[in-house]
Design a protein around this ligand. Structure first.
Ligand SMILES: [Zn+2]
Length: 156
């Protein structure tokens, strides 16, 4: 298992585009930006729909289950908050319940709570939530919840 992440070392400053997303995570809700005009969904949050350029935006609540579309193993901590966490896995998670009508998936990055041995492309994952000290902010992470049917993984 990766070591702990020291969230007290992170200067958390949501901006106008991400503030609603962070309000969602605080309530253990995984939100994905959604266009109110064309229904396109994407991640990360931004001020304009990437599909139709509308600024009439809302949120779609994802169920918090996905599939690993790709991953990397971080062995060198770039940020002090992750000094005790290495090695840890950053996964790009595809959210099937957020897929767009044209088939474009929505993918969200996050840190696995499992170590590298559990990670594989195609493995199912579910969201879990890490709380910063004093609940200053809440970070979604991912737990591997099963085996990949035809998974792929880095070999040592
Ligand atoms: Zn749109």
């Amino acid at each position: 298992m990766p070591g702990p992440i020291d969230y007290s070392l992170i200067n958390h400053q949501p901006d106008l585009d991400s503030a609603g997303w962070w309000e969602g995570t605080a309530a253990h809700r995984l939100l994905v930006p959604s266009c109110e005009d064309c229904a396109y969904r994407w991640f990360p949050p931004g001020p304009v729909c990437p599909s139709c350029r509308s600024m009439n935006l809302g949120w779609h609540e994802a169920e918090g289950r996905g599939v690993i579309a790709g991953y990397v193993v971080v062995c060198h901590p770039v940020l002090a908050a992750f000094r005790e966490a290495v090695p840890y896995v950053v996964a790009l998670v595809e959210l099937p319940d957020c897929a767009n009508a044209n088939g474009e998936p929505v993918r969200i990055g996050g840190v696995l709570v499992d170590d590298e041995d559990a990670a594989a492309i195609g493995a199912p994952v579910e969201v879990v939530y890490d709380h910063a000290p004093d609940d200053a902010f809440v970070v979604p992470r991912w737990r591997v919840s099963g085996e990949a049917a035809d998974g792929w993984r880095f070999e040592n």
